[in-house]
Design a protein around this ligand. Structure first.
Ligand SMILES: Nc1ncnc2c1ncn2[C@@H]1O[C@H](COP(=O)(O)OP(=O)(O)OP(=O)(O)O)[C@@H](O)[C@H]1O
Ligand SMILES: [Mg+2]
Length: 453
């Protein structure tokens, strides 16, 4: 097993040697520094799991080093060792996030025992990560992640119908992966040798809809300067994906139904019928039965498309998938943005599990992607999450509202909430946010936040 890594810092060479000898025995790779600034550079690049540092050092104190390490990654365990023990500094260190505070001269037995506990903790965390990685690998299906019962049923249904379908209706809330389902169906069907031709029905101008789907001949209407092939013909021997079918105009619905029934299309302005062999997948987050009742969707088309219906479960119904998805997106965005982020702190994970995810997987992906882009940390923490997740009053956001609040507004909300928690005490608020007091003052001013806001 790869050893746990530790950075050891003490300006006194004799003391440094003593500490490293004591710690030598354990499954640990120790790198020693006499200069705290060099040590910090090393920590920021090599990212050890444990830091053991002297308190009083020229250049940078152990307390300052602790600040900088916590800013970088609060999951690193920092142990302070000092000959100048005071209760005040011990309390300060622990409040700042230190893992432990040890008196010099150190007892080898106590030091070994304390560091041993930290090593075990990191080994256990690593094991959990490995297990989750294996689980994630076995819970992937055509680019979809899921290990819950409802996703298992979805995967199995896709597997069963993909080889045979002519038309399928995919329903489910916004952001639940309907497009991924459509692509999986295509990939697993004989039509994969043809094209996957998507069209977003909510994005097409009504007057151009039919020309898009069926094509036109030159002169069919003003602006039709040349013959044009429609999407149906492009999708010949393949799949036509009608996304947001609920937004298709009624007149187009009638023509679509005819094309599906006859398996042929006529380009606008032409009488020639062309045979097409097209499988159709339609998707919607709307309730088509309601639309039928209101007269805005054709019942006959609904039955034609919905001979097979596949529905994607909302994230709330996917017990246990949240962690897998978080892991998946952390890996994806770490790679994309070239960041060292590896996961979430327990606190941050808890905030995510409490949220109801009205925007489903898309909302989760936005949250993780945004945090991964903005944060330099290895473990994303609560402060890296958008502020609306932290305010219980706003948990039930309207379905469909998936865009994130701006970074500015999140920063402001965090500042206000920290100042409130700190009873308007700036040092305390700075500590909560893990930034320096100067940075806090600068940001308060920037957002025009005054005491008592
Ligand atoms: N099970 C999943 N595993 C991994 N990524 C997923 C999963 N489900 C959805 N996603 C991702 O979430 C985002 C939204 O998915 P998709 O576009 O398929 O949703 P949708 O159901 O079509 O939503 P809408 O109704 O709003 O169009 C995409 O980036 C997709 O890659
Ligand atoms: Mg979609």
């Amino acid at each position: 097993m790869t050893p746990i890594t530790m950075t050891l810092i003490d300006d006194n060479p004799a003391s440094l040697e003593l500490l490293s000898t004591v710690l030598n025995a354990v499954n640990l790779k120790v790198t020693c520094f006499e200069n705290p600034e060099t040590a910090l550079d090393h920590i920021l690049t090599d990212h050890p799991q444990i830091v053991v540092t002297d308190l009083m050092m020229p250049g940078m104190s152990g307390m300052e080093l602790l600040d900088r390490v916590m800013e970088f990654d609060p999951s690193i365990d920092v142990v302070l060792v000092t000959a100048h023990y005071t209760t005040e500094s011990a309390v300060e260190a622990i409040q700042k996030g230190a893992a432990d505070y040890i008196n010099k001269p150190v007892s080898p037995a106590i030091l070994r025992q304390k560091i041993g506990v930290l090593i075990e903790k990191h080994e256990a965390a690593r094991k959990t990560q490995e297990i989750e990685a294996n689980l994630a690998a076995s819970s992937e299906f055509e680019g979809m992640i899921g290990n819950s019962t409802s996703m298992g049923e979805l995967f199995s249904k896709i597997r069963r119908v993909a080889p045979h379908f002519r038309s399928i209706l995919v329903t489910g809330d916004t952001g639940t992966g309907k497009e991924l389902v459509a692509r999986a169906l295509f990939q697993m069907s004989p039509a994969r040798r043809g094209n996957f031709v998507p069209i977003n029905c909510s994005a097409v101008v009504e007057t151009l809809f039919e020309s898009e789907l069926f094509g036109h001949v030159r002169g069919a209407f003003t602006g039709a300067n040349a013959d044009k092939m429609g999407l149906f013909e492009h999708a010949h021997e393949g799949v036509l994906f009608l996304d947001e079918i609920g937004d298709m105009p009624l007149s187009t619905q009638a023509k679509l139904l005819r094309a599906l029934q006859n398996q042929e299309v006529q380009r606008l302005g032409s009488l020639q019928a062309r045979k097409v062999n097209v499988r159709v997948i339609a998707a919607t987050h709307q309730n088509l039965r309601d639309k039928i009742a209101r007269g805005t969707f054709r019942e006959d088309l609904f039955y034609r498309l919905g001979m097979v219906e596949i529905s994607t479960p909302s994230l709330r119904e996917r017990e246990g998938d949240l962690r897998l998805l978080v892991r998946h997106f952390v890996e994806k965005y770490a790679k994309l943005y070239d960041k060292r982020v590896q996961g979430l702190t327990n606190r941050a994970q808890m905030v995510l599990s409490r949220h109801t995810w009205p925007g489903n997987v898309r909302e989760l992906e936005n949250v993780i992607g945004h945090a991964a882009m903005m944060s330099p940390a290895t473990m994303l923490d609560v402060a890296d999450l958008p502020a609306y997740l932290l305010q219980p009053g706003t948990l039930a956001r309207p379905t469909g509202a998936t865009e994130l609040p701006s970074l500015e507004s999140q920063e402001k909300a965090l500042l206000v909430s920290a100042m409130t928690k700190a009873g308007d005490n700036q040092s305390e608020a700075a500590r909560i946010l893990r930034i320096s007091r100067d940075t806090l003052r600068y940001r308060l001013k920037k957002h025009d936040i005054k005491s008592g806001h």
